[in-house]
Write a protein that binds this ligand. Structure first.
Ligand code: FAD
Ligand code: SIN
Length: 547
């Protein structure tokens, strides 16, 4: 085992890893509580999923909506695995979280009556989604948080959370200045999602599941990772790969309809809410129709929406760039990987099972999303739980901190494109036992091949590379390692879930199974292999009756 040569050091009461909605909200609260905070972000100020959020934030309106109704919609979308107590707690925090954001300068769209305008999205029984800049909600949230003047080191990637008997003691990170350590008793993983596991995704390039790998290697558990949400309506262009532009569900909320190449409705007879059914239902209906017609996309018809370009400026720009005018033409769409419903197991204050290690935002699994997230509940969760972590971290102020010698953090990894191809073929919208087994075997073979080639060739680096290029190379390796470990965990959970539930659809087990109405939780065994733990049974409150 080699020892890592450390080029820089810092100290903080709380290290926040990630500069999206969850990380920055936590950092701001912790600063207000008097903690010395340091934020590490491997990208730039807008290289976050938060920046791209379109539809909005689901928040109960004071008069015509209720927490009960929002909880009920969330539970219904989550297909039996939503933790009702956690959901109620998060939904109740919505209005205060948005008020704090407004205090920071975030501006939300107003209706003609001068009140905050609310739209509707799939799975919601009422119009409760607040938005900004029409379809640029995330950009406004990110702008307001970035403007708060928080201490962020951009281009610095966390590689390892260092722990001792009392919990977290520090973080190993890499940047243009080489490897560094931050001595701290508290670390928040707010690293976003795993969209880059798939060939087509709405997620930014940095959505490489780093937080999942960091948490597992620090001894925390993850759950519900088999539930990857595929957004039904992502702009389809021939041969398009990587991050694809989203066509927000709010477009359907304002009246657009989904039709196939024959002009027939895609969701008629599928669900009482039709095109505004929960996301998993609509994505499955589209996948089935594409299979039936032998096509790789369907269409969204938004031509009847008055003032489309004013209401949806971001979407209009993406469509026009692809040669489509959405106010006069049909928009070609297909499902693509969008959201990681599971993640690092936490309570509603972001605490994991490792003292001093917190997680929030898309990286975390609070129990809010269950088997399928309700639209626009993610920004809500990032704001509410982020704020709570900022307060909870004060409990670590007196805990010991300080990192000694650090040994190699190298993780087994495989080529990203090959991994994306395997996951897209075998672990996307519809899965089965043979495909999942094939994916698992191909992954393990690729890991072994990669390890033997590294042993044979050593860990040689091109000595002519600049410090910036070396850092970029190390970050890519870190990301590939995180994606590889996350894929292994996801495949293990997906194989164990021998039923269809939420966004996990098994063609060989098409129905939900009552005995499997629990979350699959996974940690690493002493050899670093993913291992099933005791299942997590969701808390049900009497308000809700879910079969
Ligand atoms: P992100 O905003 O993704 O931030 C992650 C941060 O972690 C980044 O700064 C990244 O650089 C950093 N990072 C990652 N790994 C490391 C590392 N190893 N070291 C250092 N830094 C690291 N949700 C809604 O509620 N409403 C919507 O309308 C909506 N629309 C969406 C539209 C799109 C196109 C997408 C992609 C998502 C949308 N979502 C929406 C989901 C929502 O935007 C995300 O779930 C949410 O913004 C995630 O916030 P986060 O703070 O957890 O992570
Ligand atoms: C959308 O605008 O359709 C995305 C909303 C979300 O992912 O919550």
């Amino acid at each position: 085992m080699t020892s890592v040569s450390i080029g820089w050091e810092a100290e903080a009461d709380l290290v926040v890893i990630g500069g999206g909605v969850a990380g920055l909200t936590a950092a701001r609260t912790a600063s207000l509580r008097g903690l010395r905070v340091l934020i590490l972000s491997k990208g730039g100020p807008t290289d976050t999923a938060t920046q791209y959020a379109q539809g909005g934030i689901a928040v109960v309106a004071p008069q015509e909506d209720s927490v009960d109704s929002h909880v009920r919609d969330t539970v219904e979308a989550g297909a039996g695995l939503v933790d009702t107590a956690a959901t109620r707690s998060i939904v109740e925090g919505g209005q205060a979280a948005v008020a704090a954001l407004t205090d920071l300068g975030a501006v939300f769209d107003l209706g003609r009556d001068g009140e905050i305008s609310r739209t509707r999205e799939g799975g919601h029984s009422t119009r409760r989604i607040i938005h900004a800049g029409g379809d640029a909600t995330g950009a406004e949230v990110q702008r307001a948080l970035n403007a708060a003047g928080l201490p962020v080191v951009f281009g610095a990637a966390a590689c390892e959370v260092v722990t001792g008997p009392s919990g977290v003691r520090g973080v190993l990170a890499v940047s243009d200045n080489g490897f560094g350590v931050v001595h701290t008793p508290a670390v928040l993983l707010a690293t976003g999602g795993l969209g880059q596991l798939y060939a087509l995704s709405t997620n930014p390039p940095g959505a490489t599941a780093d937080g999942i790998a960091l948490a597992l290697r620090a001894g925390a558990s993850v759950a519900d990772l088999e539930f990857v949400q595929f957004h039904p309506t992502v702009l389809h262009t021939p041969g398009g790969l990587g991050r694809r532009p989203l066509i927000s569900e709010a477009v359907r909320g304002e009246g657009a309809i989904l039709v196939d190449s024959e002009g027939d409705s895609v969701t008629a007879g599928v669900h009482p809410r039709g095109d505004l059914a929960p996301r998993d239902v609509v994505s499955r209906a589209i996948a089935a129709r594409m299979r039936a017609l032998g096509t790789d996309h369907v269409f969204l018809d938004g031509r009847a929406i008055a003032g489309f370009a004013q209401r949806f400026p971001t979407i209009t720009a993406s469509c026009l760039a692809a040669g489509i005018d959405p106010s006069t033409q049909l928009i070609p769409v297909a499902p693509a990987a969008h959201y990681q419903c599971g993640g690092i197991v936490t309570d509603t204050h972001g605490r994991t099972g490792v003292p001093g290690l917190y997680a929030a935002g898309e990286a975390a699994r609070t129990g809010l999303h269950g088997a399928n997230r309700l639209a626009s509940n993610s920004l809500l969760e990032g704001l509410v739980v982020g704020e709570r972590v900022g307060t909870a971290a004060t409990e670590r102020l007196e805990s010991p901190r300080g990192v000694g010698e650090i040994h190699s953090y190298t993780m087994p990894r495989v080529d990203r494109q090959a991994l994306q191809q395997v996951m897209t073929t075998h672990a996307a919208v519809v899965r089965d036992r043979d495909g999942l087994a094939e994916a698992g075997q191909r992954l393990e073979r690729a890991v072994l091949r990669n390890m033997s080639s590294r042993v044979a060739n050593g860990d040689k680096r091109d000595t002519t590379l600049s410090a910036k290029d070396i850092a970029a190379q190390r970050i890519t390796e870190l990301e590939d390692g995180a994606l590889t470990l996350t894929a292994r965990v996801l495949l293990l959970a997906a194989a164990a879930r021998t039923e269809s539930r939420g966004c996990h659809t098994r063609s060989d087990f098409p129905d939900p199974v009552a005995a499997l109405r629990h979350s699959i939780s996974i940690s690493l065994d002493p050899d670093g292999h993913p291992d099933l733990e005791a299942p997590i049974v969701p808390t049900d409150l009497p308000l809700i009756g879910v079969s």
